[in-house]
Design a protein around this ligand. Structure first.
Ligand code: C2E
Ligand code: MG
Ligand code: MG
Ligand code: MG
Length: 291
């Protein structure tokens, strides 16, 4: 058994080394080749409405399955893409993958479902941003989804440009979410300056519910601020029923997290539509996906 453990840990460190070495040497080339070779795919994490406990939409999350290194986390490859100036081709590829899944998504998600897509810092200010967004919209089944762009405050560097883009996105029918709220540096200022529709509370706050008494007043304040500003609230990283009921009691509009569902592949999402009990917490039998 000890031998097995040693062999396994050696194997794991080999794989890790390989992935660090190849990515560090030719990160750009590696990423472009991965796009060509179809190593990326998208998983969809359900988001539920806290007042009905029914699915209200999904967040699209990108995955990279590297043939040697295995799954590379998005935090890692998004950062690579940013530093290598490849965020635009990577996001275009993401849009293509979602468009490819769109008909199936339409069959398993009710009309009006929110489809959340993360916009990487930097893309908002790329020359092709509006064109990229336009072609994404035209590749989707018309008006079945309410598209939500999720951004962090790192995106809003150029205030004037960002303000104009937000106006344009609203005219085009998008909703805009401030993602991972509470982790950045000047998040409060951004709330005042930009027209956000959704506020996604970072899972750091949610994790502290019931464990650190100091965090609840902060979270309470964030929630009343969101209410006063007419922002729809989404709690991310909901992992326990205690967190879910705490959030429901305080009127948080949407819940997302492992307690509700892990991010699902397209096939799993279809299976969840057919047999919800298998994919959603059995302690929460009212969670359903309606077709
Ligand atoms: P995010 O947009 O805040 O996405 C939520 C992350 O939290 C996802 O991690 C999700 O799997 C994870 N998560 C969801 N529920 C729980 C939970 O209950 N507990 C815990 N511990 N984690 C939970 P993921 O997929 O690894 O993505 C990490 C980040 O990478 C995302 O954070 C987003 O900023 C970025 N990202 C992922 N996919 C894309 C993409 O397609 N495009 C861009 N630009 N960024 C992406
Ligand atoms: Mg997000
Ligand atoms: Mg988030
Ligand atoms: Mg996050």
């Amino acid at each position: 058994f000890t031998l097995l453990l040693a062999v396994m840990s050696a194997l794991i460190s080999c794989v890790l080394c390989f992935y660090i070495i190849t990515l560090r040497r030719h990160p750009g080339k590696e990423l472009l080749a991965a796009i060509r070779n179809n190593q990326f795919y998208v998983v969809y994490q359900p988001v539920i409405d806290s007042s009905t406990m029914k699915i209200a939409g999904v967040e699209a999350l990108m995955r990279w399955k590297h043939p040697e290194a295995g799954e590379i986390p998005p935090d890692v490859f998004i950062h690579f893409a940013e530093t290598q100036n490849l965020i635009v081709p990577l996001t275009r590829h993401l849009f293509k993958l979602i468009a490819h899944d769109a008909l199936t998504l339409q069959n398993v998600l009710p009309p009006g479902s929110r489809l959340g897509v993360n916009i990487a810092p930097g893309h908002l200010h790329a020359d092709s941003f509006c064109q990229d967004i336009r072609s994404f919209v035209s590749s989707l089944p018309a008006s079945h989804f309410q598209l939500v762009l999720e951004m962090t405050e790192r995106d809003m560097l150029n205030e004037k440009v960002a303000t104009q883009l937000f106006d344009w996105l609203h005219e085009e029918g998008f909703l805009i979410a401030i993602d991972d709220f509470g982790t950045g540096h000047s998040a409060l200022i951004y709330l005042e300056r930009f027209r956000f529709d959704y506020l996604k509370i970072d899972r750091g706050f949610i994790a502290a519910i019931g464990t650190e008494t100091i965090t609840s007043p902060v979270l309470d304040t964030v929630l009343s601020l969101a209410k006063r500003m007419h922002l729809t609230t989404v709690a991310e990283g909901v992992e326990t029923p205690e967190q879910a009921s705490w959030l429901c009691e305080r009127g948080v509009n949407y819940l997302q997290g492992y307690w509700i569902s892990r991010p699902l592949t397209l096939m799993q999402l279809v299976a969840a539509h057919d047999e919800p009990a298998k994919y959603f917490r059995s302690s929460q039998p009212s969670i359903t996906i309606q077709g």
